[in-house]
Design a protein around this ligand. Structure first.
Ligand code: NOJ
Length: 575
């Protein structure tokens, strides 16, 4: 069991041998439960900053830009997978969990990023992918070579086909489109068994009924914890276990969940998955400075999500209901209330999120006509609805103040602080998300929210890489006004709104963890008190109204009109 801290780990106790040059910013929450109200910035490394000019973001670029992240006033970063990978699914197809993809750099670069982040007062979360490996992973290669019935095959989900063996074992579809099964050629050259892949063909699902899989992942966690990593975001945390009989979905969409009260789904959110997270929690808690987890778990209800953060399991879980909530006051309130209630029942801390690398950026999402009810997942295909980017930007500003005033923690996806929109006109030939191919070119996929970040200058690559380096996805020329450089110091910019809100959030004792008390207000508005006189007022879609009595306006997402709060505007008050 690991008991010592690596050099450079961010700990809650003063370190006698700490680096005397380390600058620990005030946003470094020096407490073991720092995660309870942390704001965590998501770094998608391929699109963050390109240090070597090959058009792809990398760890050298990330390291250079860490002061920018620390300067935002966030507490931690979560870095999407940086492991060696054939990149069939942008790194979520891992071929070695204990190293770094050469496109991004080396293990030494990763250690330097961790150390540098800690120096700047930022904790570091990585991404762990336990549902599947890459088909290039040595385990899968060994499974193919070893043949049917071998222990190597038992680490994955291999089955003989139906009928004469030429039909897939059941009717499951891949989340990215097409069947979830692929037939292999056996070592003797004959067509043989099928393996399961809920995602891409190159992402074979692991068999979590196999003890070796448990042991391997516990060891991977320790490998990175021993290098000072503070925690993990868990990829598709709800999917690890499949019904042993692999029953047909019988016409149900692969992305739909079990209805509350009905039988367990054959592979989403099965109860047995919680055993894994009890094991992982024990690993995290075995460190003097306990490590933390956040679950990516798309489930059917806030109550099902709360099961992942029960005592002895994970620390937090992304609140996708909040992300998906339409910009309508009663629906936002319903989602907030339901989440708070479900989490309170298990004594867990809420976290809030508005975007990530899998969903349409909020400026675009909120700039579309808003549904009148809590919508079914998934979102409508890109471009299916008219977008008003100006309106979307106004709403995204208000949504940011709403999110950062709610109790608990929050996530910020790189570029949302710049007000980037979804790039919906990427040429087909450049689309890389496997969804595009696997859906038979009917779903464009998620590349539109992954376009490289504009840092500076007036033309692409906007400082993403050295001049002349061509980013792996083209940036819109209109992003010239959205670069970090162009927005810095401009009081009305999205960037300065985030900086201001994050600064107030760190300073105001009423923000972060704690309770929320709703106030009355006009229909179409949300207003709530936090402690110490902090009030958040959001005019979602009401007529302009007067602010409640207050001592000071701390922040506003947009201008007031004749002293009234117009629609699509949030205001923070001190009363
Ligand atoms: C969720 C990740 O966020 C997404 O990008 C990935 O494609 C799937 N899991 C499969 O790993």
């Amino acid at each position: 069991m690991q008991t010592s801290e690596p050099a450079g780990a961010l700990t809650s106790r003063p370190q006698p041998d700490a680096d005397p040059d380390a600058t620990v910013l005030p946003n470094s929450r020096l407490a073991p439960d720092w995660w309870r109200d942390a704001v965590i910035y998501q770094v998608y490394p391929r699109s963050f900053a390109d240090g070597n000019g090959d058009g792809m973001g990398d760890l050298a670029g990330l390291r250079d830009r860490l002061p920018y992240v620390a300067g935002l006033g966030v507490d931690a970063i979560w870095i999407n997978p940086w492991y060696p990978s054939p990149m069939a699914d942008a790194g979520y197809d891992v071929s070695d969990y204990r190293d770094v993809e050469p496109i991004f750099g080396t293990l030494a670069d990763a250690e330097a990023v961790i150390a540098e982040a800690h120096k700047l007062g930022l904790r570091v979360l990585l991404d762990i992918v336990p549902n599947h490996t890459s088909s290039a992973h040595p385990w899968f290669r060994a499974a193919l070579a070893a043949g049917p019935g071998s222990p190597e095959r038992h680490r994955y989900i291999f089955r003989t086909g139906r009928g004469d063996g030429s039909e897939p074992p059941n009717d499951w579809a891949s989340v990215f489109g097409g069947p979830a099964w692929t037939r292999v050629t056996e070592p003797d050259g004959r067509a043989g068994e099928w393996y399961l892949h809920l995602f891409d063909v190159e992402q074979p699902d692991l068999n979590w009924a196999e003890p070796a899989v448990h042991a391997e992942f516990a060891s991977i966690l320790r490998f990175w914890f021993d290098r000072g990593v503070d925690g993990f975001r868990i990829d598709v945390a709800n999917s690890l276990f499949k019904h042993p009989d692999l029953p047909d979905l019988a016409g149900r969409d692969v992305r739909s969940f079990a209805e509350p009260g009905s039988e367990e789904h054959p592979f989403w959110d099965r109860d047995v998955v919680h055993e894994v997270y009890r094991e992982w929690r024990a690993v995290a808690d075995s460190y003097p400075e306990p490590r933390v987890f956040v679950a990516e778990a798309w489930v059917s209800s806030p109550e099902r999500l709360a099961r992942y953060v029960r005592p002895g399991q994970l620390h937090s879980a992304f609140n996708f209901d909040f992300l998906l909530a339409p910009w309508r006051a009663p629906l936002l309130r319903e989602v907030i209330d339901q989440s708070l209630r479900a989490l309170e029942a298990v004594d867990a801390e809420p976290t809030w999120v508005l975007s990530n690398h899998d969903v349409v950026r909020q400026v675009t999402r909120l700039g579309r006509p808003q549904p009148t009810s809590l919508v079914a997942r998934p979102e409508p295909p890109d471009g299916a609805l008219v977008v008003d980017l100006e309106l979307g930007t106004r709403r995204a500003r208000a949504a940011a103040l709403l999110m950062l005033a709610l109790p608990g923690g929050a996530y910020v996806y790189q570029g949302e602080e710049l007000g980037l929109w979804e790039v919906e006109d990427l040429p087909h030939a450049l689309l890389q998300d496997p969804t595009w191919e696997r859906s038979g070119h009917t779903e464009r996929g998620r590349d539109g929210c992954r376009v490289p970040i504009p840092w500076s200058g007036d033309r692409p690559p906007f400082g993403f890489g050295p001049p002349g380096a061509k980013p792996w996805l083209p940036q819109p020329s209109a992003w010239a006004s959205l670069t970090a450089e162009a927005q810095s110091g401009r009081a009305d910019s999205m960037l300065e709104l985030y900086r201001t809100a994050l600064r107030i959030r760190r300073e105001h004792p009423g923000l972060g963890s704690g309770v929320l008390t709703w106030r009355g207000g006009p229909d179409g508005a949300l207003a709530f008190d936090r402690s110490d006189g902090f009030v958040c007022v959001v005019n979602v879609d009401a007529q302009p109204f007067a602010l409640p009595p207050h001592d000071a306006v701390l922040a506003a997402s947009g201008p007031l009109e004749d002293g009234l709060v117009p629609a699509d505007t949030a205001v923070w008050l001190q009363i």
